[in-house]
Design a protein around this ligand. Structure first.
Ligand code: LLP
Length: 426
């Protein structure tokens, strides 16, 4: 986080709170979220894109506190399950600022979204359109967006490239599926077609893919106008804004995005004689990731006969599956003490029963690293807690928020009792 400072005892302070002190108080593994950083990032987005609507993608990380922070800073929220939807609404998030996604929404989820009156629902398949329309209660038509596959390749890993043909989301442009979906929505009096949506992928560090998507989607908007005389009022470009994980690593330049994307949208609309739709963006990682830092305790340090050094920590792939899933790379540093030792290459590994449970390969850490030391992994606020599992019944970590020199527990550590409480038979 931007607030991170190191004091002379080697203590890393985030939001004015020492991480070693927080680790002592709450235990490890501990995820620390810097509330001010989340709020500042939300505000930066709003200021950079004044004409646009910014929706936080809750899949990156969601808790009631997070819903409060982004809600109070004026963001909307993208939710993709009944769980995210209910948590947001029960936390007091305004439903009209919610947008529901999903390629496989259940009837219960659609019914709940309609009953709670979410602002928008993004339709993702032909069968969903009449199903949603049949559930929609006649008082006022439900605004929907049609999710389109723009056939633009972007994102850090094949698993997250959702803008290309041959993956499960959305309606293809080629072959006319997207136009047919638009026809199907327009044919339903219970639905109001607000606009189009696309999501290219995640951890995108360049603006060009978004510019390409704008061209394709505005082209479709023009065809919709020619065919139906309907001018769509919204264009949602999804999320995917990349952040910096390693020192000097690439990230999406928000200022460049904000200067080029709305301009490209205006230019494309002018070319087609269309009014400029309202732009929507759905950043998840860019709001949450840099605000989080994971703190682990070293449980053992091992030197193997081939010269490798392994430092095993008390978390791993159950709290951060990203290295195992995507080969994601992270930085790591010693916290809580100053070491004068020279740095050497260390594989920081987790505690799980798989050789692939490696958090950081080849980290530069002091040669005197020992059991009991604390290690911190920055940029940990997105897609770690939200993808955490109960593997080996280790229990998902505690989550604390820091602000103005004070720490408070947001989510307690998961315990064996939690696992056992779900057992109802034997
Ligand atoms: N909108 C939609 C429709 C999405 O599917 C996603 C992410 C977002 C917005 C937010 O994307 P972001 O700004 O956070 O990149 N687990 C993967 C990332 C999966 C992203 C899924 N969809 C990872 O850890 O890299």
């Amino acid at each position: 986080p931007a607030s991170a400072r190191v004091d002379r005892h080697g203590e890393l302070l985030v939001g004015g709170v020492g991480l070693a002190e927080a680790a002592d108080r709450f235990g490890t593994p501990l995820y620390v979220l810097d509330e001010d950083e989340v709020r500042a990032r939300a505000r930066t987005y709003r200021a950079a894109l004044p004409g646009a609507e910014v929706l936080y993608a809750a899949k990156a990380f969601l808790s009631s506190a997070m819903a409060d922070w982004v809600g109070e800073e004026g963001l909307g929220m993208d939710v993709c399950s009944a769980g995210e939807l209910r948590l947001a609404v029960e936390a007091g998030f305004p439903p009209e600022r919610l947008l529901l996604h999903g390629n496989a929404k259940s009837t219960e989820e659609l019914r709940l979204a309609l009953r709670l009156r979410v602002g928008r629902i993004v339709v993702d398949s032909f069968s969903e359109i009449p199903r949603l329309a049949a559930l929609s209660i006649a008082r006022s038509p439900q605004p929907v967006l049609v999710r389109v596959v723009p056939e633009v390749r972007a994102g850090h890993h094949e698993s997250v490239r959702t803008g290309v043909a041959g993956q499960k989301f959305g309606f293809r442009l080629a072959g006319g599926d997207a136009e047919e979906a638009v026809d199907a929505v327009l044919a339903q009096p219970g639905l109001r077609l607000a606009g189009l949506h696309c999501h290219l992928g995640s951890q995108i560090t360049e603006v060009e893919p978004y510019l390409a998507a704008v061209e394709r989607l505005v082209g479709l908007m023009a065809r919709v106008r020619d065919r139906h005389g309907v001018e769509l009022s919204e264009l949602d470009l999804g999320g995917g804004h990349g952040v910096c994980y390693l020192p000097g690593g690439p990230e999406l330049d928000l200022a460049e995005f904000a200067s080029r994307v709305p301009a490209a949208l205006a230019a494309a609309c002018a070319r087609h004689g269309l009014p400029v739709p309202r732009l929507l963006v759905e950043p998840g990682r860019a709001i949450a990731a840099p605000a989080g830092i994971a703190v682990y305790r070293v449980l053992s340090v091992k030197r193997s006969s081939d010269g490798r050094v392994y430092a095993a920590v008390d978390g791993g792939m159950s709290d951060n599956p990203r290295p195992a899933l995507y080969g994601a790379r992270y930085a790591v540093r010693l916290v809580g003490r100053v070491s004068e030792s020279a740095a050497r290459a260390v594989d920081v590994v987790g505690r799980h029963c798989e050789a692939g449970d490696v958090l950081v390969r080849g980290a530069r850490l002091p040669a005197d690293l020992r059991a009991g030391d604390l290690l911190a992994v920055p940029t940990a606020g997105a897609y770690q807690l939200s993808m955490a599992s109960g593997y080996n019944l280790v229990g998902r970590p505690a989550v604390a928020a820091v602000r103005d020199g004070r720490a408070r527990l947001l989510i307690r550590r998961e315990t064996v009792e939690d696992f056992r409480a779900r057992e109802v038979g034997r």
